[in-house]
Write a protein that binds this ligand. Sequence first.
Ligand code: SF4
Ligand code: SF4
Length: 166
Amino acid sequence: MNDALFAAREKLKTVTPLKRDCGKICGARCCRSLDGEETGMLLFPGEEEEYRGRPGWKVLDTERGPLAVCPGTCERDGRPLACRMFPLLPVIREAGTAAETDLRAGTVCPLARQGIRAMDPAFVEAVKEAGALLAADPAQRAFLERLAAEQEELRQMKREWRGKHV
Ligand code: SF4
Ligand code: SF4
């Protein structure tokens, strides 16, 4: 695991979207696969080695990169970076790195639907700082740029969908 990835994971080791356990509000929806579906989280560059071969875990090779499928419960210390950041994402902007709500999260996460202001500011700040650490590393930065491009595509699709249904 490279230094930037390690530092970003450490930054998000203890903070959570709310000061209390938000999983108790929604029944930990982001940790449950839908019936008949195997859902997982994209791994950041260098994270794959942590999860391949870990008992109860699977790493699938997808077009978007290695995708981890977890057993449905985990220790905070061992969870992938995407889970530590969920439902936010660090996005590289001209003015620096920002934390924004992941547009994919709204379908499962009530906090994502309420928006970033519903979340603990310490969590939002930690995601932003983790993003700045990642952005300083070329491989991690390229991965963040890919995620940002996906978010932009989603934003565009949502706009088009809304345009057709007003
Ligand atoms: S779905 Fe959202 S509110 Fe529920 S546990 Fe996950 S992050 Fe927390
Ligand atoms: S790794 Fe942990 S936090 Fe992430 S989806 Fe699985 S159980 Fe939830």
